[in-house]
Write a protein that binds this ligand. Structure first.
Ligand code: AMP
Length: 190
């Protein structure tokens, strides 16, 4: 089973992905984490992407595409991936389908966390205090939200065509959301 966890920045994707990983023995593929690691490790790629990330814009489809290909081609993760933060554009969604196809896999479920902009602002200011991320302040949060609306929302329409999308109210508590997600995963697992 491969899943996509989808939603605006600050929707709780990372938190819920970690819960799903533990409960269902999946592997979290967070493109945001992979990119932040490149910056932390001061790689050539890290230098290239740090200002783009700090501004709240998206890194190019080809850069993230090569990061995920490494993961999908690895047999350890076969049919056990939760995609967190990928795909974020229609092009990425199509690229993901092609890649999964190439390695005889597919997406089984897309979990969409819906949250208001007010809640996102509140969560991001809390996260700023805990994690000190370069792209977490209110102005950047707004930019990231706009990027999500323009670039990422079409991705959901794409997955709706294949009936893969389940919407979750992301305003609830972490445990409420986890319980709802578990229920949905159980129905897919049969
Ligand atoms: P995240 O941790 O998922 O919120 O991602 C943090 C930042 O990493 C984003 O604002 C983008 O700059 C970059 N990023 C992460 N995933 C992607 C992606 N799939 N496509 C393009 N940029 C991405």
């Amino acid at each position: 089973m491969n899943l996509v966890i989808f939603g605006p920045p600050g929707a709780g994707k990372g938190t819920q992905a970690k819960f799903i990983v533990e409960r269902y023995n999946l592997y979290q593929l967070s493109t945001g984490d992979l990119l932040r690691n490149e910056i932390k490790n001061k790689t050539e790629l890290g230098f290239k992407i740090s200002s783009i990330m700090a501004s709240g814009e998206l890194v190019s489809d080809s850069i993230v595409g090569s990061l995920i290909e490494k993961f999908i081609s690895n047999d350890t993760y076969k049919n056990k991936i939760i995609f967190d933060g990928y795909p974020r554009t229609l092009k990425q969604a199509k690229n993901l389908d092609n890649l999964l196809n190439k390695f005889n896999q597919q997406i089984d479920l897309v979990l969409k966390l819906s949250v208001s902009l007010e809640t996102i602002k509140k969560r991001i200011s809390e996260r700023l205090m805990q994690e000190n991320r370069a792209d977490d302040n209110e102005e950047i949060a707004l930019r990231r939200f706009k990027t999500y609306e323009t670039s990422s929302e079409p991705v959901i329409e794409y997955y709706k065509q294949s009936n893969l999308v389940k919407e979750i109210n992301g305003e609830g508590s972490i445990t409420e959301i986890s319980a709802e997600i578990s229920g949905l995963i159980e129905t897919i697992k049969g």
